[in-house]
Design a protein around this ligand. Structure first.
Ligand code: GTP
Ligand code: MG
Length: 383
């Protein structure tokens, strides 16, 4: 297990701020990409305060991060957010319009926002050389992000472009009970498997409770069993068995004790981020690049299919064409011949486009001449 032990054992103040970009996030051309830090955690675990703390830490080191708030229901964002979901969707309005409760409102707001995430990616790509980190704060209810389609879309989209790390913020002061601790770790484990990304557990609020007990429980099975001695409920038996199962999860888990209030452990946290970003490059990037390629290929295949269907419809001159073009705005350049020179400039078009245009013109001509014939025959009938 990669652990920093408990507070005090992290050499707070002694360790300088790491230079993660030297080892991670670099592309082949030498251009460095920022590392995405997605902050997740149970309601009230301290996610927002943690984001505020690490943002302030980076600002103090003249490395301002690019920060995104994804919590539509937060009243006040205590850090400078470059993108705020609340600027795009009004969570209360969403609740009203869709007749939803608070959680449904948050999920729907996030879904609406996710439909525009390609625009967010454009901003991020534009700014990618200016920032070393992109930090995302997520909604209070963890499942809104981790078990929703929009959460997956956002996570996968980020991870297919940038080195991405998931941080699970745990409220240490609320995890002193071994059964509660186990539940928290099970949840963390489920997120690890769901997101399939490098993972860090930030044991927060160590200014209230030292996290040494938790580290011990994770490294020494016997100590955890001893802690369970006082538990007599059936849950304790389950917890005993589960702790065996979680052994492997613990073995590869990075964890660090932090206090979002005092700033303790933040230096060490960034060391873990550098390490996790390196792991991303080594183990995860190939998988995400494969996913991105597959997505691009699928989109291309769909476009090809649509084009070939259109070609078939045009050549057969079937009424289907009407169906397909209903509601579609056709630019004057295509219908009114030679009205838009640029659109018809043969040098601007590739062979395929020229063939399409040619066939479309033929189609229009045939339609016109048929209409003309009909009109002529109508006027002949009348006469
Ligand atoms: N003592 C102490 N309190 C903390 C720490 N981090 C957060 N808190 C407090 O915990 C409470 C919840 O913090 P938030 O940052 O709002 O937690 P959150 O996870 O963002 O909450 P939701 O988004 O509503 O789920 C606040 O009262 C914070 O001041 C910490 O390290 N130490
Ligand atoms: Mg919050």
């Amino acid at each position: 297990m990669e652990t920093d032990g408990a507070r005090g054992g992290e050499g707070a103040g002694a360790c300088s701020h790491p230079e993660p970009m030297s080892s991670a996030g670099g592309s082949k051309e030498g251009l460095k990409k920022p590392t995405c830090i997605i902050v997740l955690g149970m309601a009230g675990s301290g996610k927002t305060t943690f984001v505020q703390r690490i943002t302030a830490h980076l600002h103090a080191r003249k490395k301002p991060p690019y920060v995104i708030n994804l919590d539509p229901a937060v009243l006040e964002v205590p850090f400078p957010a470059n993108i705020d979901i609340r600027d795009t969707v009004n969570y209360k309005e969403v609740m009203k319009q869709y007749c939803l409760g608070p959680n449904g409102g948050i999920v729907t707001s996030l879904n609406l926002f996710a439909t525009r995430f390609d625009q967010v990616m454009k901003f991020l790509e534009q700014k990618s050389t200016e920032h070393e980190y992109i930090i995302l704060d997520t909604p209070g209810q963890i499942e809104v992000f981790t078990w929703s389609a929009s959460g997956s879309i956002i996570t996968e989209t980020l991870a297919s472009t940038f080195p991405t790390v998931v941080v699970y913020v745990m409220d240490t002061s609320r995890s002193v009970n071994p059964v509660t601790f186990m539940s928290n770790m099970l949840y963390a484990c489920s997120i690890l498997y769901k997101t399939k990304l490098p993972f860090i557990v930030a044991m927060n609020k160590i200014d209230i409770v030292d996290n040494r007990f938790a580290v011990e429980w994770m490294t020494d099975f016997e100590v955890f069993q001893d802690a369970l001695e006082h538990e007599t409920s059936y849950v304790s038996n389950l917890t005993r068995s589960m702790s065996l199962v979680l052994d492997e999860f613990y073995a590869n888990l990075r964890n660090v004790g932090v206090s979002s209030v005092t700033g303790e452990g933040v230096d060490q946290f960034f060391k873990h981020v550098a390490d996790a970003a390196e792991e991303y490059e080594k183990d995860y990037r190939p998988q995400y690049e494969k996913m991105r390629r597959e997505k691009e290929e699928k989109e291309l295949a769909e476009q090809e299919e649509q084009l070939s269907r259109l070609r078939v419809d045009m050549s057969k001159d079937k009424p289907v064409l009407k169906k397909q073009t209903d509601g579609m705005a056709i630019t004057p350049g295509l219908v009114e011949e030679d009205s838009d020179e640029e659109a018809h400039d043969p040098e601007m078009m590739d062979e395929e486009e020229q063939r399409e245009l040619e066939s479309f013109r033929n189609f229009i001509k045939s339609q016109k001449s048929r209409q003309q014939q009909k009109q002529d025959s109508g006027s002949v009938d009348k006469t």
